[in-house]
Every structure is written in C-alpha cells, then in structure tokens.
Write a protein that binds this ligand. Structure first.
Ligand SMILES: [Mn+2]
Length: 442
C-alpha cells in the first residue's frame, strides 16, 4: 500500500474511533479519551492507536484496557464502514509524546504562577533601574498618552525639569493640547505638539505602556533606549528599562521615588508638578488609590511649598465658559438603566461645534453618571472626529471595567478604562450595554 493511502487509512481509522467514542463505547473504564494518532503497518495487519486522557497512570491503564477490550467491536464496526478487505488488529497505546509536552506546560505554568508573571498587579522594574538609566542618558524625548490628563502633564513636566537638573537635553512632547486647567504648571509652555526627528538617546514614556497610546513618534532607530514608567494594569511593561507599579497612585508618586536615587534636591517646580499629578489621578484624594503613600508624597510636596488651595483653584475652579456650556449640552443625555446599576452620558461633535469647546474641556464629565447613587459602572460615549465612538468607563469598585474595555481592544485600570468602537451610536451603545450587563450579572 502506498504511504499516501496508508496515511489516509490511518486518518479514517482515527475519525471512526473518535466517532465511536463520542457515541459512547459502553465500557465505563474508558473515561474521557481523545485519539491523538493512528499508525498502520504497511501490510495492514496491525494498527497502533494512540490516545490521551486526563488523570493519573492508573486511570490511563483503565482507559487502555477498556479500549483494548472494545477492539473487537471497533474492528467489526470499521470493517462495515471502511470497505476494505482487511481491518488491522488494534493495539491501544497511551500517547507519551503529548504527555511530555503537557508536563512541560504544567511545570511552566507552575513557575509562572509562583513568580507572578501573569499577575498584572505585580511591580516590575524599579525606581532605581530608571534612576540609573536616566543618569546614563543623553538627549531625551519625554512623552505620555494622548488626551493628557493632570497625571500625564504633571509627570511630563516633573520629568522634564528633573532632566534639566541632571543637565540633560529634553524635548517634551504631546500631540494634544495641554488642558487649560494644567497650563499654569511650570514649564507647560515647553510641551511641543511635534516630537522632532531626533535622534534621541533615550525616550521616556509616562503613564502608559503601549506606544499606540502615544502620539506619532520619530522612527524607531531614532528613539534610542525606551524607558517606561507606568501604573496601569498590564503584564507587558514598555521599554528596555521600566518601572511599573499598578499600586502607585500616579506617575508623580513614582517620580518622587525615582528622585530618591538621584543627586537632585526636591525644588518647588518638581513639587508642584508631582503634587498636581497625585491630585489629579486620585480625584482630589477621593479615589481608592489614595494610599498612605500617595498622601505622604503629597504632604511632602506641601511641606516643600506647594499651596493646595492655589493648585485646586487653578485645576478645578478656573473653568472656561465653554466647558460649562458643553456640560449643559451633555447632561440632558444622561441615562440610567432600568435596574439603576449603570448610567451613561453622550458627547457629540455637534456639541463641540455649537459651544466652541475644545476636546480637553469634557474632562470629568463621566463623573456625573458615576455619582448617581447605586450606579456601579459609568459610561461616557464620545463621538470622534473621524466617526465612531470613544467609550470611557468608571467603576465604583466592584466591577473590573478594564476587562470590559479589553473585549473591544481597549484597556486601562480596573476602575477606569476605555476603548474605541466604530459604527452608529445605537449599535455601539447596544454592544457596550450588553458587555456591561454581562459583567454586572457575572
Ligand atoms: Mn495616571
């Protein structure tokens, strides 16, 4: 018999036995068995049937003897179905090649679990690693995620000033406008909308671990060494040197820890930027990330001369008129589901056009649905310029909204996350509501 025909016969035998197993061979000894391969001798006299089954050696032997005693029945059934003169005699064997692979897998996963490789909350890298890399750096590009918030701006400015004090050249870059309430921070005017061409010796990415959340960058050869500093939940730190601490309130808090490993005195500029970063990411010391460490670091900044009232006045109490007009347009879209567990708000392009508000002025609108009593998940739909919707989520603490955002290719923290979806509003809303309900019911 040609090797091609032998192979075809082996496959047919495998299929047939698998089908018989699914229909149920009566012998209870067989258990959960998968046929992994069949070898037929060239003279068709014998066939070795390999199987695997979960469980220990004793159970394997039971399965094997169960299969072996069904061999006669299997042979007869196959004879009727396969239309060949001679059906080989079957010998069942436990597939050890698979078992070996399985063992390696299991050992690997045990190690991964023990070392916490897959735990996204784990700290990776250290303040010291980053401090050392900064000391060794030459010209630097400093950037953070698009649509920067107070943490992104505050930490960029703190890093920029820190590099200044170290005597390094630094370009601060974010393609999006600095929100007006952070424009008073020292050095804010130095943030460029274009990254320049480089080449840079080092690129420092703050408050995100994915380069696609950063604006357009120079070519990869011109970025030099990438240093990532982030506190989002992720299993993949960015860069060749990184400091990732999902337990940190803000990048500002992490920069303060980096400072401890550098020959730099905390000055008022650094203190203001770091304080702003913590203030902003803790929602004015209200969110669950307001840890003792966050408060201690903030207190240290106040001790260094930061004025909490001046900062709060600039950040929260100097709102442009357009922002309030925008809020007046968005609030009527506030909608609460029938069970009262989630609520959403919608911001459209038309609202921006009619009010003259800029993109950064809707920062914090999602807090309105979040503040409703009983709401576990707040959602903000924002129509994008190119069509589609940016969807932001906030959780009151029980639901993991990063997991919801991830289903749509997004990400974030357990309590604050986002994603983008294309399509009509009604479709996007239906998809998101469905995912939110599944999470709340799960
Ligand atoms: Mn942040």
């Amino acid at each position: 018999m040609t090797s091609f025909r032998l192979q075809r016969l082996s496959e047919q035998i495998q299929e047939e036995i698998s089908t018989l197993l699914i229909r149920g061979l009566k012998d209870p000894r067989i258990g959960f068995v998968t046929i992994t391969g069949v070898d037929v001798s060239p003279d068709l006299s014998r066939a070795w049937v390999y199987f695997c089954t979960p469980g220990n050696e004793e159970q394997r032997e039971q399965s094997r003897s169960g299969l072996q005693s069904a061999a006669g029945f299997i042979r007869k059934t196959l004879g009727k179905r396969l239309h060949i003169k001679q059906i080989p005699a079957f010998e069942f064997r436990y597939d050890t090649s698979l078992d070996r692979g399985d063992k390696i897998e299991r050992l690997l996963s045990e190690v991964r679990e023990k070392e916490g490789w897959d735990d996204p909350a784990r700290v990776r890298g250290s303040a010291e690693d980053v401090a050392r890399a900064l000391s060794d750096s030459g010209s630097c590009l400093v950037t953070s995620h698009t649509n920067p918030d107070g943490d992104a701006i505050g930490s960029m400015l703190a890093m920029g000033h820190l590099l200044d004090l170290l005597g390094r050249q630094a370009v601060l870059y974010n393609p999006d406008e600095v929100p007006s309430n952070y424009a008073h921070l020292p050095g804010a005017e130095k943030i460029q909308k274009l990254p320049g061409e480089g080449p840079y010796d080092t690129t420092i990415v703050l408050d995100c671990s994915e380069l696609n959340r950063v604006g357009p960058l120079p070519s990869a050869d011109n970025l030099g060494k990438i240093i990532g500093i982030d506190h989002h939940l992720t299993t993949k730190p960015l860069g060749s040197v990184y400091y990732l601490d999902p337990g940190a309130s803000s990048i500002g808090e992490m920069i303060d820890r980096i400072l401890e490993h550098l020959p730099i005195e905390l000055d008022l500029t650094l203190a203001n930027c770091i304080y702003c970063s913590i203030l902003s990411d803790t929602g004015s010391f209200r969110y669950s990330n307001t840890s003792p460490e966050a408060l201690r670091t903030a207190a240290k900044m106040v001790a260094r001369g930061v004025s909490p009232w001046d900062m709060a006045r600039q950040v929260y109490e100097s709102q442009p008129r357009e922002r309030l007009l925008m809020l007046a347009n968005a609030l009527p879209t506030l909608s609460l589901d029938s069970t009262g567990r989630y609520a959403s708000i919608l911001v459209t392009r038309e609202m921006f056009e009619s009010t003259g508000a800029s993109a950064d002025m809707i920062d914090g609108f999602i807090n309105y649905p979040r503040r409703i009593e009983g709401v576990e998940i707040a959602i903000q739909f924002r129509e994008m310029d190119g069509g589609g919707y940016k969807v932001s989520f906030r959780s009151r603490g029980i639901a993991d909204v990063a997991a919801i955002a991830k289903q749509f290719g997004g990400g974030g923290h357990a309590n604050a996350a986002g994603c983008t979806l294309s399509g009509k509003f009604e479709e996007v809303r239906a998809k998101i509501y469905q995912a939110v309900e599944a999470t709340l019911n799960g």
